[in-house]
Design a protein around this ligand. Structure first.
Ligand SMILES: [Zn+2]
Ligand SMILES: [Zn+2]
Length: 140
């Protein structure tokens, strides 16, 4: 699968099967998306190939309590990748940046504790109040 940012300068390819797809309702994903949540996919970090463009990043301690590195296009600011220091072997990508976002669909949702009341997911997906790996704030 391939994807790009809004301005098209960053192009990337995923060289492995997607391991999971989820809605994230954390406050950072809300602010960064300018909307109610991000939809993120998980792939092995080594399988992500950035073919063109320039990425910028910043690091912040997420609601989970772990440092998260968020990467975005330097030119247009589109959020593209999310790397958790606690999960060094995987990277999350924004599903909406895929060339074909219909190719995959979310299977669960996390951080519903901060889900907006005006944005309920009408889907039969598994829900986690906090992170998915356990209820102690682990994320993705
Ligand atoms: Zn861009
Ligand atoms: Zn989030």
């Amino acid at each position: 699968m391939k994807g790009e940012c809004s301005c098209g300068s960053v192009r990337y390819a995923l060289g492995a099967a997607v391991q999971g797809v989820y809605y994230c309702h954390c406050r950072d994903c809300q602010r960064l998306s300018g909307s109610a949540y991000h939809v993120l996919g998980i792939v092995p970090r080594a399988s992500l190939q950035v073919a063109s463009g320039q990425l910028s990043s910043y690091t912040k301690t997420a609601d989970s309590g772990h440092a998260m590195v968020r990467e975005f296009c330097t030119a247009c600011g589109t959020p593209l990748f999310l790397k958790g220091t606690r999960f060094p072997e995987i990277v999350m990508f924004t599903v909406s940046s895929l060339d074909d976002p219909e190719a995959i669909r979310p299977g669960f949702q996390i951080w519903t504790a901060s889900q907006r009341s005006w944005s309920r997911i009408h889907a039969d997906v598994q829900s986690f109040k906090r992170g998915a790996l356990d209820e102690q704030g682990e994320s993705p």
